[in-house]
Design a protein around this ligand. Structure first.
Ligand SMILES: *[C@@H]1O[C@H](CO)[C@@H](O)[C@H](O)[C@H]1NC(C)=O
Ligand code: SF4
Length: 553
């Protein structure tokens, strides 16, 4: 097989002519100490050293051309490229569940998608039977894409949509999360998210998507800019979270760092006791400084310990704060500011509001037809704009005739879905995810619909499903969280137990100002093979812990 080295980003017309470019690699930014740690580091570090993963930005197109010309088949794509480096272009191989196909993760800063771009996504997945998922980082994932179709979509996004999939997976800065209320929240997070998105994914020298400066981080990195006290961005589960709070008359952000979810540990971000003014350049300077410290000093051994929190703990909070301020020389700042009053409960995003119409998307899953419907509604009612939420729903901002919009919605996409169904979140699960222990999305959608029929509540009950301990479904911050786990059921005939799909149950997480992560399950190994049984158990939990009342039919 031909070797793919650094190549130009333009179309590769003749299969074999692949000129070399002189773009800087991700590795070229690392100090020698970090390179030494990478050399002694984990398998991923070695893969990144063997060939710079930022090559994926052009290799993607070279591979697509070679596959189209028949020179290469998808099975022959070098494994390190197929399963690791192509993630720098936003392509995640899902060969185990969908042979030869990829999941493509986009970048959707502040969760904002244009109708035109949503249609481009639908057009790309339609021929392959794909679906779209809205993620808990208010982002887009497209399912079942062949490599060639993904390469075409990248070209289309870069040329005509000001959008990209680059640096959306593996050791990169992930989608920058903001408040979907945008201009209607305390702080309009959109300019911050856009500037951060460009910082991490745009090459300042060439103007092209893909920034090699952040092309070799020790691990993934999450940034969220919260727009108000409801914290619709979930700042505290991010490596950098910015929480708006004024100092006197001046609006600014308290900086929290080190939040993350993983198999071995979930951590709520810690307060750096640092306040900065809400100024885009100040935020960029702060985030660049922290990213540089992480890139250059972060652990590259055990990947479980390569997240920012471990570096913060190694320094200690005051010393880490000092290091950040030393790196971001001259950064305007103060000690953390505090609100004097309690905020109360979070506002509801779903439904008809003066600022927007919030539409429920069950478990964030959209068919091609539903994507096109949402795009049409956005064109007709919200200036062609949609905003995704971390609860996997969509908002149409600034709608003049909400009733006209609502009339065109389907049964599945509703503005008043019910307190349980409307607040159900689910990770991908076994349908597409190679790591899943259980199927989640279809189960969650069915179970939550039945729960609303069975119990009434006077407040939302947030039930989260996650297929494995990676907790992409963030069960630790849910009211009720279900995490895929081994379970056993007694067979009454044989008197023996047998292995069945099951969950561990988490209870009492919270978001907003009373943010709480629950680290231990209250119940373990609950079987889910009998869905009636599961619905009944969950109804009991809703009655017992969330003032639910059983309906009598
Ligand atoms: C393109 O998107 C970026 C965010 O990635 C934003 O900062 C920029 O303003 C957008 N440009 C245009 C022309 O819309
Ligand atoms: S939580 Fe596990 S099963 Fe669900 S998407 Fe993440 S890795 Fe896959």
């Amino acid at each position: 097989m031909r070797r793919f080295v650094s190549v130009v980003v333009v179309a590769v017309t003749s299969g074999l002519e692949i000129p070399v470019v002189s773009r800087r690699t991700g590795i070229s930014y690392l100090p020698s100490s970090a390179v030494s740690r990478a050399k002694a580091g984990n398998k991923i570090e070695k893969t990144k050293l063997a060939k710079d993963p930022t090559n994926a930005w052009s290799d993607l197109h070279a591979y697509a051309a070679a596959i189209r010309s028949g020179e290469l088949s998808i099975e022959e794509v070098e494994a390190g490229d197929a399963n690791i480096r192509l993630k720098w272009a936003g392509l995640l191989s899902r060969f185990k569940k969908t042979p030869g196909k990829f999941m493509m993760r986009l970048r959707t800063p502040n969760g904002i998608v244009c109708a035109k771009t949503l249609r481009a996504y639908a057009d790309a997945i339609e021929p392959h039977g794909g679906v779209m998922d809205i993620t808990t980082r208010q982002n887009v994932q497209l399912r079942r894409l062949p490599l060639e179709a993904a390469a075409d979509l990248v070209r289309e996004l870069h040329s005509n949509h000001n959008a990209t999939s680059f640096q959306s997976a593996m050791d990169n800065v992930r989608n920058v999360v903001g408040s979907p209320l945008g201009e209607h929240d305390l702080v309009d997070t959109r300019p911050f998210c856009n500037a951060l998105n460009d910082l991490v994914s745009l090459n300042p020298e060439t103007g092209e998507r893909g920034n090699p400066r952040w092309g070799n981080l020790p691990r993934k990195f999450n940034i969220a800019v919260s727009g108000g006290r409801d914290d619709f961005a979930h700042a505290r589960i991010n490596d950098i979270g910015l929480e708006p709070v004024p100092r006197g008359d001046e609006m600014g952000f308290n900086v929290v760092v080190g939040g993350y979810f993983s198999i071995k540990r979930v951590a709520s971000a810690v307060d750096l006791d640092l306040w900065i003014p809400a100024d885009v350049n100040v935020v960029l300077d702060l985030c660049s400084a922290i990213l540089e410290i992480f890139r250059d000093e972060g652990a590259r051994g055990d990947r479980q310990k390569a997240r920012l929190m471990w570096l913060v703990e190694e320094y200690g909070i005051p010393a880490f704060r000092a290091r950040v301020l030393e790196k971001a020389e001259g950064l305007p700042h103060d000690a953390a500011q505090r609100w004097e009053d309690d905020y109360g409960s979070r506002r509801e995003l779903l439904g008809i509001h003066p600022t927007h119409v919030g539409v429920h998307v069950p478990v964030g899953r959209l068919s091609v037809d539903e994507m096109r419907l949402l795009a049409d509604l956005a064109d007709d009612h919200s200036n062609g704009e949609l905003r995704l939420t971390v609860e996997q729903n969509v908002l149409f901002p600034n709608v003049k005739s909400p009733d006209a919009l609502v009339r065109r919605l389907t049964d599945r996409l509703a503005v008043d879905p019910g307190h349980i169904k409307g607040h159900t979140v689910s990770c991908t699960g076994a349908q597409f995810c190679p790591l899943a222990i259980i199927e989640t999305k279809h189960l969650a959608e069915r179970v939550s619909a039945r729960l609303d029929d069975l119990v009434s509540t006077d407040r939302p009950v947030r039930i989260h499903y996650t297929g494995c301990p990676n907790s992409c479904g963030q069960v630790q911050l849910a009211d009720i969280g279900l995490m895929g786990a081994p379970a056993r059921r007694l067979d009454p005939i044989s008197g023996k137990t047998k292995a069945v799909p099951g969950v561990n149950v988490y209870l009492g997480g919270d978001v907003g100002e009373s943010f709480t992560l629950v680290t231990e399950p209250v119940l373990k190994g609950i079987p889910i093979d009998d869905e009636d049984d599961l619905v009944d158990k969950l109804a009991d939990l809703v009655v017992e812990h969330f003032q639910g009342v059983r309906r009598h039919h």
